[in-house]
Design a protein around this ligand. Structure first.
Ligand code: NAG
Ligand code: NAG
Ligand code: NAG
Length: 440
């Protein structure tokens, strides 16, 4: 009985913080601390626990003795229930706001007003950050096209700056790719890499038709500008008369592989995370398979990201494509003896983007001889011929563009006109040439 009456006399205090879902960086969050008591409020203190140390930082204090910051305390007090709520508003939360928060409350015991009862509660505020960027590249690109051998091809999707780590996956033509997870990639698959000479019956009809059409184009002779209704600069430059040369001026040939895979490819998938240091992670998702240009040409691959801070998946797309009909431009329009001539690949006849993925390798050669500087070939998007001599008139240059999906050759003829400024000198005066090439 004595015990019982003592118990009834003792004051009570219970403190709890309302649960919070993860909060997106930049949002405003309100932490709510609810407490019930029959005593008189003495103080409320909010702390943020400093990560990696035992320290705590006071972020809000209410002291009944001074009662100088009452505004933050919502007094929901009702006669019987004695319910209070203290709120702390954190506007535009930052990464540093992530962590543990504590609400400490002290009340005067009703029976012994000098005695203070304490209680506290804590909560973890989780700040989440949507990914900053997403991009897809081909590993080891640019790379040459192999006509006779199946090759592994790798797409790397990089997603930066997310917290927590996002889920990254690949789709092909809009459908989720069935991947071999890293754990089971020890599977024996050597038989899948065999090369066949004839197309297998596994090939889907439309793709087969497409590849046959492309093969028809091999050896087809087309004048540059024919596929280009505007007529390129180059086609106007070129000699319009039919030529009896072995190599037509603008022959475009394409190569496609002679082998076909014997079964559906296995897609190997890896998902790697790297912490950045600011609390976010970068994720690299890597998809590797044995490329089959006949099936994979014009396939649309997309990398998608799911993340709790995103309402919709974020994505990046690439369409694999063999280089097709490179558009070459030559400057100056009418090259004269002694000019520096630049032949540049401007783009491809591929539709709106006019860019080829993966980035092709470009190789320039002079048909039937070495380049002006004695080299056999030049690599790069542009061929520069410095101070062209009259002997180069009529030379044919070949540009080969290739990526792992295919290869294409384009030829262009260099026409060099007499240079009136060099007429008087006649003899090839090197000093004069270099003066001209440096401009006024
Ligand atoms: C604190 O001050 C407010 C007015 O600013 C008053 O209404 C309230 O009763 C005071 N609380 C205490 C515990 O003294
Ligand atoms: C292709 O990649 C797979 C998986 O990484 C590997 O096991 C295989 O040896 C590779 N094949 C070739 C031809 O490089
Ligand atoms: C180059 O050849 C064209 C005809 O193909 C001719 O008109 C031009 O005069 C020649 N240039 C020189 C420098 O001989």
């Amino acid at each position: 009985l004595v015990v019982n009456s003592c118990f009834l006399l003792a004051g009570y205090l219970t403190v709890s913080i309302e649960p919070l879902p993860p909060v997106v960086i930049g949002d405003t969050v309100t932490l709510k601390c609810n407490f019930k008591t029959d005593g008189n409020l003495r103080e409320i203190v909010w702390f943020q626990v400093i990560e990696g140390s035992t320290g705590k930082q006071k972020i809000f204090t209410y002291d009944a003795l001074y009662n100088n910051s009452y505004s933050n305390l919502e007094d929901n007090r009702r006669q019987e229930e004695q319910l209070y709520q203290s709120t702390v508003r954190l506007p535009e939360v930052k990464m540093e706001d992530d962590g543990v928060y504590e609400c400490h409350v002290g009340v005067y015991d009703m029976s012994l007003s000098s005695k203070v009862i304490l209680d506290s509660s804590s909560i973890i505020l989780t700040i989440i950050v949507p990914p900053k960027s997403i991009s897809v590249v081909a590993a080891n690109s640019p790379a040459p096209f192999s006509r006779y051998e199946a090759e592994n091809f790798t797409l790397v999707c990089t997603v930066t700056g997310a917290k927590p780590a996002p889920t990254v996956y690949f789709k092909r033509d809009g459908e989720l790719i069935d991947v071999v997870p890293p754990a089971s990639s020890t599977f024996q698959h050597s038989s899948l890499w065999s090369s066949l000479v004839l197309p297998s019956r596994d090939l889907d009809d439309t793709k087969l038709k497409k590849s046959l059409t492309l093969q028809d184009e091999e050896g087809k002779v087309a004048r540059l500008g024919q596929d280009d209704p505007d007529g390129s600069q180059l086609s106007r430059e070129l000699n319009p008369e039919p030529t009896t040369e072995e190599v037509p001026e603008t022959m475009v040939s394409r190569e496609f592989p002679r082998w076909v895979q014997s079964s559906d490819p296995l897609f190997y998938f890896q998902h790697r995370q790297e912490p950045v240091g600011d609390g976010t992670v970068n994720v690299r998702a890597i998809l590797t398979w044995s490329l089959n240009p006949q099936l994979d040409n014009e396939a649309l691959f997309s990398c998608e990201v799911k993340h709790p801070a995103l309402s919709m998946p974020m994505q990046s797309e690439v369409t694999l494509a063999a280089p097709k009909g490179p558009k070459l431009s030559m400057r100056p329009d009418k090259a004269k003896v002694g000019d520096t001539v630049r032949i540049t690949v401007q783009g491809f006849q591929l539709g709106p983007s006019s860019e080829v993925f993966p980035e092709p390798m470009f190789t320039w050669t002079k048909v039937g001889g070495h380049l002006l500087d004695g080299r056999e070939q030049h690599d790069g998007r542009e061929l520069v011929l410095e101070r062209v001599p009259a002997e180069l008139n009529g030379s044919m240059f070949r540009c080969t563009a290739q990526n792992p999906l295919g290869s294409t050759d384009t030829h262009t003829r260099l026409i060099v006109f007499e240079n009136p400024r060099l007429q008087k000198g006649k003899e090839n005066d090197i000093g004069k040439f270099s003066f001209i090439s440096k401009g006024p």
